[in-house]
Write a protein that binds this ligand. Structure first.
Ligand SMILES: NC(=O)c1ccc[n+]([C@@H]2O[C@H](COP(=O)([O-])OP(=O)(O)OC[C@H]3O[C@@H](n4cnc5c(N)ncnc54)[C@H](O)[C@@H]3O)[C@@H](O)[C@H]2O)c1
Ligand SMILES: O=P(O)(O)OC[C@H]1O[C@H](O[C@H]2[C@H](O)[C@@H](O)[C@@H](O)O[C@@H]2CO)[C@H](O)[C@@H](O)[C@@H]1O
Ligand SMILES: [Mn+2]
Length: 441
């Protein structure tokens, strides 16, 4: 089994320690020769890297080399895999993405609605630059991207790199939901076989089966309708915000019993409720800064100071495990099925071929082979078409520097709808993002 050289771009991310623990848990499935962190913020990255050095020494001595750098050539030369987890503008800009729409009575969320557009317009430029840098030094490396908003990033990368078949965009949300399905069904997530369709953060499970082919969908629906739904993955199980979000699945299933919804549909199906339940002075970004970011940085510092991981609260989560298993399936031609983001090309037969859709695909060393979904019903198709038009208009607005396309995008979004409100929010987002967005004319 060839040992892989892995680069984590965005080494200073709040997800890095969880990823390292997942790489350790999956070392037999995805063995590593080297790990390199790359980041533009040397100090932020160093905090996590110093702790990682100790973790690897104690728990993964088979890794021959661990480096961290802000130098692109040093980072990417010789890479087999690059995991990309960057956040342009940091959590401070996420806070603005959330606060600005909320001040107009509109959903303020990281990847949904105007916040998602703002984040997308920041991410695209950095992602294009990063992919070009990776390709300069590692022309054959697999690039697994989960930088958000994944739907908008995937659309932009498809346009900018149409012939690059080794970029795969992924989201962990379907997997995190499946962890809860597995808990209800008293199984492991890896024992479940999902049927799913949609866009990123905008989709539905149509069937859940076990590996023997037994259809467990009705059992799951019955449980959720009678007993509710809760997060079970270690990272989010005790988080009040995620608990509320998972609870909304019961409501969505009651209103629309056909399919099991992705949690993110709550922002599009109940936008007014979503605005009412948040504090515009202390949004999710603030919770994450005071929660996950602080926890990971303090945990890193305490491991570094102690010089050991003994007693450290290090956990494996589904986010990391999912990405690593996807990588293993690509690296070793395993052919397992994972829900990933791919170009439609007839997979959902009544949606455009060029849509970037999220569906189950078999992953081999030749890349993803998605399974046919066929025609989807009118309600879901209508919702998806509106969202898809919004996503495409955001990417058009970025490449064409077109104010009008950005306004059209926001007006189309279900979380906004009203044109004067869209205009007010857009103008405030432009001002807040002057250091990041292209100038819109
Ligand atoms: N797709 C998914 O389901 C999924 C799941 C979890 C996280 N994410 C995404 O992962 C990313 C990281 O999230 P986080 O909350 O840990 O953010 P974070 O701000 O803690 O970490 C991001 C890191 O990227 C670095 N960075 C920023 N711009 C960079 C660039 N151009 N090149 C290299 N490094 C750069 C930052 O310095 C920082 O250390 C975000 O985009 C987030 O949305 C996606
Ligand atoms: O509000 P946040 O920063 O806590 O979460 C935003 C991300 O939410 C999803 O990721 C979950 C993931 O599903 C779960 O398994 C666990 O790892 O926590 C993550 C959030 O903390 C979503 O898929 C991502 O795209 C979001 O960035
Ligand atoms: Mn996601």
């Amino acid at each position: 089994m060839k040992k892989q050289n892995l680069v984590i771009a965005g080494g200073g991310s709040t997800y890095t320690l969880g990823m390292i623990m997942s790489l350790i848990a999956e070392k037999d499935n995805f063995p590593l020769k080297s790990i390199t962190f790359y980041d533009i913020d040397a100090k932020r990255q160093e905090r996590v890297a110093k702790a990682t050095e100790i973790i690897l020494k104690e728990k993964y001595p088979e890794v021959e080399e661990f480096n961290y750098t802000t130098d692109k050539e040093e980072a990417f030369t010789g890479a087999d895999f690059v995991f990309v987890q960057i956040r342009t503008g940091g959590l401070e800009m996420r806070a603005k993405d959330e606060e600005i729409p909320l001040s107009h009575g509109v959903v303020g969320q990281e990847t949904c609605g105007p916040g998602g557009m703002a984040y997308g317009m920041r991410s695209i430029g950095d992602m294009i630059e990063l992919i070009n840098d990776i390709r300069t030094y590692a022309s054959e490396a697999w690039i697994l991207n989960y930088t958000n908003p994944a739907a908008i990033v995937a659309e932009a990368l498809k346009r900018e790199f149409p012939n690059d078949n080794k970029i795969l965009n992924i989201c962990d949300m379907p997997a995190a939901i499946m962890v809860s399905f597995a808990g209800i069904l008293d199984k492991e997530i890896w024992d479940l076989v999902p049927e799913y369709f949609g866009l990123n953060h905008f989709g539905w499970f149509t069937k859940i089966r076990d590996k023997e082919g037994n259809d467990l969908t009705d059992k799951l629906k019955g449980h959720i309708l009678n007993k509710g739904f809760a997060p079970e993955d270690a990272e989010i199980a005790e988080d009040p915000s995620w608990k509320k979000t998972f609870k909304q699945v019961e409501r969505m299933l009651t209103d629309f019993p056909e399919y099991l919804p992705n949690t993110y549909l709550q922002y599009y199906l109940y936008p007014e409720k979503m605005v009412d339940k948040v504090d515009p002075e202390y949004t999710r970004a603030n919770q994450v800064m005071d929660g996950r970011e602080k926890r990971v940085q303090e945990l890193s510092d305490s491991i570094t100071e102690a010089g050991t991981t003994e007693g450290a609260d290090l956990e494996v989560d589904i986010h990391g495990r999912y990405m690593v298993r996807v990588a293993a399936s690509l690296a070793y031609n395993i052919g397992d099925t994972y829900i990933v983001i791919v170009e439609n090309n007839g997979i959902i037969s009544n949606l455009p071929d060029d849509a970037m859709v999220e569906v189950p695909a078999q992953l081999t060393s030749n890349g993803p082979k998605p399974f046919a979904v066929g025609e989807i019903p009118t309600f879901q198709k209508g919702l998806i078409e509106g969202q898809l038009a919004y996503e495409k208009l955001v990417v058009d607005a970025y490449f064409e520097q077109d104010y009008n396309k950005a306004l059209q995008a926001l007006t189309l979004n279900r979380t906004v709808v009203d044109t004067p409100v869209a205009k007010e929010i857009l103008d405030e987002l432009i001002e807040a993002n002057e250091d990041y967005w292209p100038e819109l004319k």
